[in-house]
Structures are given as C-alpha cells and as structure tokens.
Design a protein around this ligand. Structure first.
Ligand SMILES: [Zn+2]
Length: 209
C-alpha cells in the first residue's frame, strides 16, 4: 500500500472522519512545514506517556510531576459538590458540561456507549468500575443524586437503560435515598452532548427529572 493510502486509512479510523476527509488530512500534512509535522509526530509519540486515566472518574488527564497523584483536578477539588455524580459516555461530553459551567458535582466517564443488540454489553463500557465507584460512594454516604447525561440518540438512550439497570440494585442498598435523574429534553432527539452549546446544556440540566 502506498504511504498516502496508508496514512489515509489511519485517519479514516478517527471519529466522524470519512475516506475523503481522511485523504484531505493526508494532503494537508504534505503542505505543512517540517516544524509542524515534527511537533505533531512528537506529541502523538508522547501523549500516551504524558496522559493517564483518573483512578476515580476515568477521564484522561495530564500526568503531573508528582507520580503519587492518581486523581484528576476535578476529583481532587474539594469545592466540587460530592452529593452529585454525573455519568457521561466520553471525555468530550464531560468537556461540554464543564464549558457550560452549570454543573458543580463529580463525574464518571463510561468510555463509550452500549450498542443496541450487543451480545456483551457490559464489556462496552466501564461497568465494573462504575459499580465499584457507586458502592464506594454509598459507603462514604455523600451521594444523593446520579445524573445520567447521555446522548439523546437511540444508542445513548439504550446506554442509559443499561446503566440504570446496573446501578439500581446497588443504590437500593444505600441507607439514604439516592435519586437517578436524566437530562431534560432541552436536548432535542438525535443530539450529541459534545456538540451542544452551553445554553442548551444549562437548560437540559435544570430540566432534569
Ligand atoms: Zn477524575
């Protein structure tokens, strides 16, 4: 396979990128100067060594000079409201919520969605990690509300149903009641959180039920 084709094949695997866009990326790189491509190569090569997943919410975050830091800045922030736990599919969804500045609680990143009719749904998201996290939060007794913030798509709704079924038996064991809420439909059907503007997210959050 020629190098243009090879590189385009790699770009094609990026989310939302089709074969034509992938080729456009490849040609674009050929027009850039060496400084740009060297920086790109360096960053791609080092990102897995400079970024890690938070041991609590599982989002990606830059490794600090202190190797004992296992939790991200949000999880370590004592000003965040630990009575709320928001469950999102991906890091980009969490970024969108943070940009809206409408939410002050904590997070859990599932790492994906559960495809419809999937044979092993529990393997498509961080099911075990989520169960552990909620069990832990119940033990500390701080948690009062779990907010399901998933895409308003068929797959997002399917994921929400799966997560609800997974966590329900856990929260039933809690000594104090824990509510499960979902974002209000300020998000119209088919909407992906990562593309929602801050105002939409704000109204979806205040309209949660
Ligand atoms: Zn975290």
């Amino acid at each position: 396979m020629d190098p243009i084709e090879k590189l385009s094949q790699l770009f094609k695997e990026f989310p939302g990128i089709g074969p034509r866009q992938a080729r456009r990326f490849t040609y674009f790189l050929m027009t850039k100067n060496k400084g740009y491509t060297d920086e790109l190569i360096r960053l791609i090569g080092s990102i897995s060594k400079e970024v890690t997943t938070c041991s609590k919410c599982y989002r990606f975050f830059p490794i600090t000079s202190r190797t004992d830091v296992k939790e991200c800045s949000i999880c370590r922030d004592t000003h965040r409201d630990a009575t709320f736990l928001m469950i999102v599919s991906k890091d980009v969804d969490m970024d969108a919520i943070e940009r809206s500045k409408a939410y002050q609680g904590l997070y859990f990143v599932l790492g994906g969605n559960v495809p419809i009719l999937d044979k092993n749904p529990e393997t498509k998201i961080r099911s075990r990690e989520l169960s552990d996290r909620i069990t832990q939060d119940i033990t500390t007794g701080t948690l009062q509300e779990i907010v399901l913030s998933l895409n308003a798509t068929t797959e997002g709704e399917h994921t929400a149903d799966f997560v609800r079924a997974l966590i329900k038996p856990l929260i039933e064991k809690s000594a104090q009641p824990i509510k499960i809420t979902v974002l209000g439909r300020g998000l119209s059907t088919g909407t992906e959180l990562e593309y929602s503007d801050s105002e939409t997210i704000k109204s979806a959050l205040s309209g949660r039920k």
